[in-house]
Design a protein around this ligand. Structure first.
Ligand code: 5GP
Ligand code: MG
Length: 193
């Protein structure tokens, strides 16, 4: 019913402070990013490893723009937001896919922040003797005076150091279905969403 739609839209958007990257900007950039990736692989078969859950929507858009043969295997990692380097060994919630030897791997993740998640994952994958490991992130956080531990080979957008949601990204498991990349109102992050 129409009334229900309006109500559910309001409930989704009422904690949003601003749109940081719009759905149109995302669509344009995803298409050009796919072009950059396709040029590097030059027709070779890719093994795409999306990092769940944040990269779900980004991956689904990106791969439909990539005219390359590809297989997809899922990665699920729990990052440790405030952990020190010593305590930061990631928890793999799914087994790392077998049979990666000799493959051209493209990790697809949502955000490169400290770079800890990507560095740990890349190290774990290298032990499987792939032909190559590259990474593609939707967003890279720019933090003054800080260089991320790991770089990414392909970056969608550089964004300021603000907490973002939408287009797959969550706050306490919510907001992933917002079509734009958004910043929440301060009160929404303070208490219950
Ligand atoms: P790092 O690069 O520090 O290891 O961690 C990156 C991970 O932290 C991302 O994959 C994402 O899951 C989470 N993260 C970092 N910044 C944000 C943000 O602004 N919003 C959301 N939703 N997740 C973030
Ligand atoms: Mg993540």
């Amino acid at each position: 019913m129409v009334g229900d739609e309006i109500m559910s839209t309001d409930r989704l958007w009422h904690n949003v402070e601003k749109v940081l990257v719009s759905r149109d900007e995302i669509a344009l950039r995803v298409a050009s990013l796919a072009g950059e990736i396709a040029a590097v692989y030059d027709g070779r078969e890719l093994t795409i490893l999306p990092v769940l859950t944040g990269s779900l929507i980004f991956t689904s858009d990106l791969i439909r723009r990539l005219p390359l043969p590809m297989r997809i295997d899922l990665i699920s990692i729990s990052s440790y937001p405030d952990g020190t380097l010593e305590s930061s060994s990631p928890k793999f919630n799914l087994p790392i896919p077998a049979d990666l030897s000799g493959r051209d791997i493209l990790i697809v993740d949502d955000i490169l922040d400290s770079g800890r998640t990507l560095a740990s994952l890349a190290a774990a994958l290298e032990r499987r003797k792939p032909a190559s490991v590259r990474s593609c992130v939707l967003l890279r956080k720019l933090v003054a005076g800080r260089k991320p531990l790991a770089g990414a080979d392909f970056v969608g957008f550089d964004v300021p150091d603000e907490f973002v949601v939408g287009y797959g990204l969550d706050f306490k498991h919510l907001y992933r279905n917002l079509p734009d990349i958004c910043v929440l109102k301060a009160h929404a992050k303070g208490g219950a969403s």
